[in-house]
Design a protein around this ligand. Structure first.
Ligand SMILES: Nc1ncnc2c1ncn2[C@@H]1O[C@H](COP(=O)(O)OP(=O)(O)OP(=O)(O)O)[C@@H](O)[C@H]1O
Ligand SMILES: [Mg+2]
Length: 334
């Protein structure tokens, strides 16, 4: 919220509380709480982003500006199009139409790993941490940007040339995320929450200016949630921009400077957390959705199962997801 000068968070399991300054206090004071409103210094601007799946219009966002250095929450009922919107912005899905500008440059045709190299990274609703690789190996994968198309091709040269530097950076991030003790464990042995932490840490390997988190808190136990919230505030304190998808309104109120609400593919509201909580359009959208809208209602076992399914998909679907392939010399086919 904009009237907060700083925020106190517990650090992990019983660690010292840490205060993160909020560099964007007051920035939204003159911003109109209406869809498509102008921001003082937008890092990301989207114009007519549309995606249909067969007859379904999954995303139909007219215009959106994301303020630099702020934490923006993207909320909306299940199926509203939040993940699809993330996919379109980050090069993981092809839009029907899209104008997307990052720092004033058109990026709508740019591949995800190139976007990562240009400072824009994202994490996934279901983690893409690879279970048959160790935590440190997963971290090193972040050095070239994102898992996904084109990623494996870009991997080897970076490893050959800068391996020590990459490893040092990975170790520093593992320390920051209290994961050093898991460094050499296979990622498949981690809890769902720890995998979320690894994925967030890995996203930071490229020193991104814009970090997009799709439900970073989902399926994470309360102690780890506090730690994750602290890390998100820490990103803002470092001057990074964060966009995150979240269902839990307490979390949204706690950490976001600005909230964008999607329903049926469109942006139906924007504003501060207080504006949004009082907006009847938002309340209608949630009540009319016939879905669970608060992640706390979800069974963590069910989420764990979904993550496991995703591991299988990631391991089977991405060539080179095995240690022997990563270590092999020569080109990796994608
Ligand atoms: N690959 C796909 N093929 C067909 N339909 C899809 C596909 N991906 C998403 N959709 C549809 O697009 C709509 C938006 O889905 P999306 O996953 O983006 O919603 P969401 O807001 O992220 O929901 P949730 O809160 O449940 O994660 C839904 O109707 C969904 O069924
Ligand atoms: Mg989603």
């Amino acid at each position: 919220m904009t009237d907060e000068r700083s925020s106190e968070v517990a650090r992990g399991n019983g660690g010292e509380p840490e205060t993160y300054p909020n560099p964007v206090v007051g920035v939204f004071d003159d911003v109109s709480p209406t869809p498509g409103s102008s921001k003082p210094d937008p890092i990301l601007v989207t114009d007519l982003v549309r995606k249909t799946f067969g007859g379904i219009v999954a995303v139909d966002v007219e215009y959106l500006e994301i303020q630099r250095g702020a934490i923006t929450a993207l909320i909306g009922p299940n199926g509203a199009g939040k993940t699809t919107f993330f996919n379109l912005l980050t090069g993981f899905d092809k839009p029907n139409t899209a104008g997307v500008r990052l720092d004033g440059e058109e990026i709508s045709e740019v591949a995800s790993y190139r976007l990562a190299q240009r400072g824009m990274v994202r994490t996934f609703q279901l983690t893409k941490v690879l279970s048959r690789m160790t935590v440190i190996e997963n971290m090193k994968l972040g050095a070239t940007g994102q898992t996904g198309e084109g990623f494996w091709k870009a991997l080897l040269p970076v490893w050959k040339n800068q391996e020590q530097e990459v490893e040092d950076r990975a170790d520093a991030l593992l320390k920051r995320f209290n994961l050093t003790h898991m460094r050499d464990e296979f990622a498949g042995t981690l809890s769902g929450g720890q995998r979320k932490l690894v994925e967030m840490a890995r996203a930071l390997m490229t020193e991104p200016s814009l970090v997009m988190l799709d439900e970073p808190m989902a399926g994470v136990n309360p102690a780890l949630t506090q730690s994750l919230l602290g890390h998100v505030k820490g990103l803002r304190a470092e001057g990074r921009t964060v966009i995150f998808v979240e269902h839990d309104m307490d979390v949204v109120r706690d950490i976001s400077d600005w909230v964008v609400v999607m329903a049926e593919g469109m942006i139906i509201a924007e504003g501060t957390p207080d504006d949004i909580a009082a907006n009847p359009l938002v309340i209608d959208a949630y009540l009319g959705s016939h879905h669970d809208t608060d992640i706390s209602d979800l069974d963590t076992v069910e989420i764990e199962q979904k993550v496991e399914e995703e591991f299988k998909e990631a391991d089977e679907g991405l060539p080179g997801a095995h240690r022997s392939d990563i270590e092999a010399e020569g080109e990796i086919e994608t």
